[in-house]
Design a protein around this ligand. Structure first.
Ligand code: 26Q
Length: 832
């Protein structure tokens, strides 16, 4: 247990390391400032105070962490291991304060030291260890796992550079390196004693050992060392503190001058640098070909370290390897960690000498796979030559899995060679490729999609043959988000109203928000609700002014679309509507137009030219519209740069309208849609992803629906979609496209937007023009509703009231009960 420093401690006072009252916190901060930061308070910078406070909060987590480790060590249990190449955990200080329940005391403690808590919260660098939805989902799940007291470990990569920071220069996105570790990370613990070697390259040798068993030796060309770097993940008001274990790559042996002659020395330095490159940088999605080889190496690196770590934990508990699947339930967050299936076989067969059949049974009982996309271009494959070159032994194992699997298929469907071709783990058309989604499916006992519609489509399309073979293995687990971060922490004004109206229990049982329904027509409650919303909009307006210089009116309708920029997410559909609205206002066709502020945020993959052009279109339209005096401030457009978790805290609580307008069938779930809803925004959306379930929960009167359904999209495609027809029969659409093509939003340059406009007019792969007219009509219904504040407020209240299903606690309960079969373990703190 930690020692108890007595800095300024009075008789009987709480410890400066663990006490939760304001005085103990104050002493803790002083102690850490002097002893850890090495600063005299008189010379301390804001960063020093932040660090001292972070360490003080961390101290409080450590005894819970220790109690959790001990609690797990002394009990029979099963551990959920969440394998993910991304964990977008966001800033930690505020969340840890909230989960410990010491926000008020900490505020008071800092005030007594002359420091403002909010200022300190604002200077924290967030770990941007993810691209978007998938990485943030993993972080929400860690919060729920700990809150629900479920034994769990998150396994991933400690990238030195996370997702790039986005700046807007001259209307275009510019990428800036994310140096999140520059000033140190107070939340991580490097564990040099927990490290493993990972092999790459070389060749394999087959032999028969003394006992006559067939053995394979992988003679690798190089090895990299992975060192554990842990971050504590504390649950809300419980003692459970799980670990997020991220692997950092290092050179196997730090090179030693004396071991090399001059030539070898430089080679040794080179090798060292190459090893350390492995965990250097997070790859953006939608990046064709980018760093292919290194990305596969990253995946194998963190997966191998994680499985070796599980074996170490098993050995430490003196459990036989045969009990691996009883001890661990491993969830694969998309196919990125799916090489784990072959790696576990390798560890069990090659290193632990288990027979193949037993290793295979263990493997399939251990893994479950979550799919996050149906887009064919986003399904992960790796060229066989690259695979063989980097991971020769793993390719052999995949071939063997495939051989046995296809035998099984042949027995079920004799002579059906086209089925064999479709289901094979190897795509043999053209250059041979390993299909990672097939590997993940064959090697798992459970496969799930992330929203009801997505799971249905998954069974009908991408994994159809597999669902036919093993229907009992297919599940749906609709995504969820954590109300701790996305209401309690980021919308304190709303949280206060919720506490008062439905009781504090909503934080861990979000379905209690249903009690708000009783107040949906209560006019005094409406006033309170609107005061909260108005406050949040003022806060966001202030941020927008500080960051972009644009002044927006908090009384305008805040119409917000924040998410990664992608053609399927259709930010350009939104932009086309804005151009239409602008034209109407210029013509003084004012009837039905309400003051609106359109806010966009999101990053484009650096190599995705069309997405970058979509950003340019938004900033181009913004420049023209915002500076047109005839608009009289009725229309404002903002591109809020660098949308990340920190900025998200300001955005969701301030939204009136949530834009969820992807082409039906393309967005697996969406999770921003849920964050908006629980903060009282109303959705305008297509029947895509979790929108379908949001609409079911909230009722059709409280959701603005438009557009083709997934089935209709397929039908239109089959019947031959001709976008030009849509342009011909819609004068406003034609005008909007001509204005864009004519250089009106690009300072007269007619070339810039050509690729965008031509793609829409010629092929329009995401049916933007097909949905345009219905979208415009739907936005008119939005305007009508906005003009009736009572009606709008009622809808807003009902959206929050009916968002209970979308808590990540519900999702994690479903994974625990149905897929992992893990029950909670209560952790006690052995002190008064
Ligand atoms: C793959 C290979 C090489 C480099 C990068 C990648 C890569 C990285 C990240 C591919 C995809 C991603 C991220 C995908 C993602 O965020 N998907 C979203 O997941 C959410 C959580 O389930 C869903 O809500 C969204 O609908 C889905 O788009």
């Amino acid at each position: 247990m930690p020692t108890n420093p007595t800095f300024g401690k009075k008789e009987g006072a709480e410890s400066a390391r663990s006490g939760l009252d304001a005085d103990a916190l104050r002493r803790g901060v002083m102690d850490n400032l002097i002893c850890l930061q090495g600063r005299h308070p008189a010379f301390a910078t804001l960063q020093d105070w932040y660090m001292a406070l972070a360490y003080t909060v961390r101290d409080r987590m450590l005894e819970r962490w220790a109690a959790t480790v001990e609690g797990y060590a002394t009990r029979e249990l099963r551990v959920a291991c969440y394998l993910s190449a991304e964990f977008l955990i966001g800033p930690q200080l505020g969340n840890n304060l909230v989960n410990l329940g010491i926000e008020a005391n900490t505020r008071a403690a800092m005030q007594s030291l002359g420091q403002d808590l909010d200022t300190l919260l604002a200077i924290e660098e967030e770990p941007g260890l993810g691209n978007g939805g998938l990485g943030r989902l993993a972080a929400c799940y860690l919060d729920s796992l700990a809150t629900l007291e479920i034994p769990a470990i998150g396994y991933g990569i400690r990238y030195e550079f996370g997702i790039f920071n986005q700046e807007i220069r001259d209307g275009w996105q510019a990428e800036v390196t994310d140096k999140w570790l520059q000033r140190g990370n107070p939340w991580e613990f490097l564990r040099p004693d927990v490290s493993f070697y990972v092999s790459f390259g070389g060749h394999t040798e087959h032999e028969t050992d003394a006992q006559g068993r067939f053995r394979v030796r992988w003679i690798s060309a190089s090895q990299v060392k992975g060192v554990a770097c842990d971050m504590p993940m504390l649950g809300y008001r419980v003692n459970t503190c799980n670990a997020l274990r991220l692997w950092k790559s290092e050179a196997v042996e730090s090179f030693d001058l004396q071991d090399f002659n001059a030539g070898d020395y430089y080679q040794a330095v080179q090798d060292k640098v190459a090893s350390e490159t492995l965990s250097k940088v997070l790859y953006p999605n939608d990046e064709p070909e980018a760093g292919k080889r290194l990305r596969l190496a990253q995946q194998y690196f963190f997966v191998s370290c994680s499985l070796q770590d599980m074996l170490r934990l098993l050995d430490r508990r003196r459990e036989p390897v045969g009990r691996f699947a009883q001890m661990f339930a491993v969830q694969l967050n998309d196919t990125h960690p799916s090489i784990a299936i072959a790696e576990l076989i390798r560890l069990l067969v090659d290193e632990r000498c288990l027979p193949w059949d037993q290793a295979w049974d263990i493997t399939r009982c251990t893994f479950a796979y979550t799919n996050h996309t149906l887009l064919p271009e986003a399904l992960e494959t790796w060229g066989v030559p690259l695979f063989r070159n980097l991971l020769p032994r793993l390719l052999e194992i995949i071939f063997e899995i495939n051989r046995r699997f296809l035998d099984e298929v042949r027995q079920r469907h004799p002579g059906d060679e086209s089925r064999i071709e479709r289901m094979s783990l190897i795509d043999e058309a053209g250059e041979k490729k390993v299909r990672m989604a097939h590997l993940a499916t064959v090697g798992s006992h459970a496969v799930n999609g992330v929203a009801a519609l997505h799971s249905t489509l998954l069974r009908q399309t991408v994994l159809r043959d597999f669902a036919e073979l093993w229907p009992e293995r297919f599940y749906n687990v609709t995504n969820g988000v954590t109300p701790r971060r996305f209401i309690l922490l980021s919308n304190p004004a709303l949280a206060q109203v919720l506490d008062k109206t439905v009781g504090e229990g909503w934080v861990t049982d979000l379905t209690r928000l249903r009690k708000l329904e009783a107040h949906a027509d209560d006019v005094t409650f409406h006033d309170e609700w609107r005061r909260v919303r108005r406050w949040n909009k003022e806060v966001l307006a202030g941020r927008i002014r500080d960051v972009t210089g644009i002044v927006v009116d908090p009384d305008a309708l805040f119409d917000i679309q924040v998410k990664r920029i992608h053609e399927y997410k259709r930010q350009h559909l939104n932009a086309l509507y804005i151009v239409t609205l602008y034209q109407r206002l210029r013509r003084d066709q004012e009837q039905g137009v309400v003051p609106r502020c359109f806010i966009f945020g999101g990053k484009a993959a650096p190599g995705y030219a069309m997405a970058k052009l979509m950003i340019r279109l938004i900033t181009g339209v913004a420049e023209v519209v915002n500076n047109d005096p005839s608009m009289n401030g009725r229309l404002k457009i903002v591109f809020f740069p660098n949308f990340n978790v920190k900025n998200a805290h300001f955005v969701y609580p301030a939204a009136d309208l949530s834009e969820q307008i992807s082409t039906a069938g393309k967005e697996a779930s969406g999770t921003g849609n849920m964050k908006f809803m629980m903060n009282g925004a109303i959705t305008i959306g297509t029947l895509d992803g979790a929108n379908v379930e949001i609409r079911e929960e909230v009722g059709e009167d409280n959701f603005f629906l438009f557009g083709l359904s997934a089935d209709e999209v397929e039908r239109v495609k089959r019947e031959g979609y001709r976008p030009e027809d849509r342009v011909e029969c819609n004068a406003e659409l034609r005008e909007a496209l001509e204005l864009i093509a004519g250089g009106y939003f690009s300072r007269g340059d007619r070339e810039v937007f050509r690729p965008l406009v031509e793609t829409l007019r010629k092929s329009d792969p995401f049916f933007v023009l097909a949905d345009y007219a219905d979208y415009v009509a739907c936005q008119e219904r939005v305007s009508v509703a906005w003009q009736d504040p009572r009606r709008w407020t009622r809808m807003s209240i009902l959206n929050a009231a009916r968002s209970g299903k979308f808590s990540s606690d519900r999702a994690i309960r479903e994974y625990s009960d149905r897929i992992w079969k893990i029950s909670p373990v209560r952790i006690a703190l052995d002190r008064p």
